[in-house]
Design a protein around this ligand. Structure first.
Ligand code: ADP
Length: 534
């Protein structure tokens, strides 16, 4: 799970050691350099009335830097903005005013976020909304108003140019804060490091390749006017892929990659947004990228939130099951003691037997719940050993017959009673018990037949019943977590829909197979196979 760091504002920096002061000045200088170079670059690429640009990275950089390190880096923002504007040709007083606006932009945005309890990993929907609907528009509005007014009052631009300048200023800053800041923030969020699996690495590679190919195809081509509009929507494909499969960091990274393709092409005068003047094209493109980015980060946040809820739910189930296990074990011990000392023919003994049977059911349920949370946490442990299969099955069948008062026919080849399998004995017991108790539960009457067949490379165990069966349309979902066929739910058979899921995980870990054949109203046969070693 990503760390949930909130904005922290450390105590005054100057109260710390000299080393930290040097570090602070180095940080300020680096941020100043980054701010000034990206700012000058943005204004060089495309400036509206010289001072406003649609590609304004500094706003996003300074917002992220201030969120991560605190208000103390404000001087770097101020100095950076001052230098950029002086170098662009503004007089010192005008550049000073603009720099105040730019610094206030970051300060006000961070202040609003801090007051609203913002978490910078953007894994909650509320954090994304706070950034997109509150902090970024407010900060951009402030900077655009102060900056454009300064230019008009200083007679650098005529009043007629106010709106076009203000618009470019606002959009450039806003886009920067919703694209660049999340990019920096999500990449600086500490997460527990784990190497991705081969499949995951392959998927990441395919995602990046797909994004690059798509970006190149969409933006480096001259399309006819009729295809320009629909083709641009293809960018949602990799964005949705990233948001749903990998989360916030990937969603925003893919958006950034697409933005680079889009901006470079539009400036070159190619791609779907090469329609009119470069600044008009960039304006249209930036509006589209704003919608795309907001969609991506909202989707990723909603998805991450859903996953976090699921994790918490599984954690709770595990915890509750763990807490329940101790008292149940104690009750079981005392009932067994009472059973031992009570008269075998008395009614008390009968009641105690029944209590014992129910405790066993409860224990199985709790074990299943614990297993569910262990599977989710990847902590289902196995201890493998060789054991004779048929005697083990006989034990399990005997104990189920005793507790359920149902007869189970067990068919096997007597010459094979000493054949061993290599498995976790307890987990094997769990799988077989699940199949047999299901057969009993879902066939209130009729025979239950268990059988074993040894093949050269594997052993196949089957459990057959003549009960309610499973409708074909539900076959695919039977091994899914929490799935219960609506047919038996309607007939109120108790259960949680986790037994077969756990069994399938156990069998898979043994490199075996679990499958079934079933017809509604006719009964079912469940098969489980285990490989035979050596
Ligand atoms: P539970 O029995 O607690 O619901 P399981 O995971 O063991 O959970 O089984 C999942 C679902 O598969 C059951 O709810 C039932 O719909 C179906 N099922 C399993 N075994 C049988 C069976 N022998 N006959 C009919 N339906 C079955």
């Amino acid at each position: 799970m990503p760390s949930k760091a909130s904005i922290r504002f450390p105590r005054s920096f100057f109260m710390h050691k000299s080393g930290k002061i040097i570090l602070y000045f180095i940080g300020i200088f680096l941020l100043f350099l980054l701010y000034a170079t990206t700012g000058i670059l943005g204004l060089k690429i495309n400036a509206v009335n010289n001072f406003a640009t649609l590609i304004w990275l500094p706003s996003g950089i300074s917002l992220a830097a201030m969120i991560l390190t605190g208000y103390k880096i404000a001087p770097a923002v101020f100095a950076g903005a001052l230098v950029v504007n002086v170098m662009t040709g503004a007089s010192i007083p005008i550049a000073f005013n603009i720099a105040i606006g730019n610094t206030l932009e970051a300060l006000s945005a961070v202040y609003l976020l801090e007051k609203s309890g913002f978490q910078f990993d953007l894994s909650r929907l509320r954090d994304v909304l706070l950034l997109v609907l509150l902090a970024a528009p407010f900060g951009a509005f402030l900077a655009a108003c102060i900056g454009t007014s300064s230019l008009v009052l200083g007679k650098v631009i005529p009043i007629s140019a106010f709106y076009s300048t203000w618009q470019a200023w606002f959009i450039g800053d806003f886009i920067s804060m919703i694209v660049i800041s999340p990019f920096i923030l999500t990449w600086t969020t500490k997460r527990p490091f784990s190497l991705p699996t081969i499949q995951r690495s392959l998927e990441i590679f395919c995602l990046i390749l797909f994004t690059s190919l798509l970006g190149f195809t969409i933006f480096q081509n001259h399309f006819t006017a009729s295809i320009k509009a629909p083709i641009i929507y293809l960018v949602f494909l990799p964005i949705l892929w990233a948001a749903l499969r990998f989360g916030q960091r990937a969603a925003i990274t893919i958006t950034c990659i697409i933005s680079v393709f889009a901006i470079v092409a539009t400036i070159q005068g190619i791609g779907p947004y090469a329609i009119g003047e470069t600044s008009d094209n960039l304006l249209m493109l930036q509006l589209f990228m704003a919608v795309t980015t907001v969609t991506a980060i909202i989707l990723a946040a909603v998805n991450m939130e859903r996953k976090a809820y699921e994790e918490r739910k599984d954690e709770f189930i595990g915890l509750a099951a763990h807490e329940l296990k101790t008292p149940i074990t104690t009750v079981k011990v005392f009932t067994q003691m009472l059973e031992k000392i009570s008269n075998k023919k008395s009614k008390n003994s009968l009641y105690l037997k029944k209590i014992n049977r129910e405790i066993d059911k409860l224990t199985r349920l709790i074990t299943d719940l614990l297993d569910i949370s262990r599977i989710q946490g990847g902590a289902l442990k196995f201890s493998y050993e060789y054991f004779p299969l048929i005697p083990k099955m006989t034990d399990v069948i005997d104990s189920i017959e005793k507790t359920t008062n149902r007869e189970i026919t067990f068919s096997y080849n007597t010459s094979q009673t000493q054949r061993h399998i290599y498995a976790d004995k307890e987990r094997f017991d769990q799988v077989l018990t699940n199949l047999l108790t299901n057969a009993i539960k879902y066939s209130p009457k009729g025979k239950i037949i268990a059988s074993v067949t040894f093949l050269p490379a594997e052993v196949i165990i089957s459990v057959k019943d003549f009960g309610i069966g499973i409708a074909t349309k539900h076959h695919k979902k039977i091994f899914s977590r929490y799935f219960r066929s609506p047919d038996n739910v309607n007939q109120t058979y108790p259960g949680l829909g986790i037994g077969l899921y756990i069994s399938s995980v156990i069998v898979k870990a043994h490199r075996g197979k679990l499958w079934f054949r079933s017809k509604k109203g006719k009964g079912s046969v469940f098969f489980v196979s285990f490989p035979l070693q050596g």
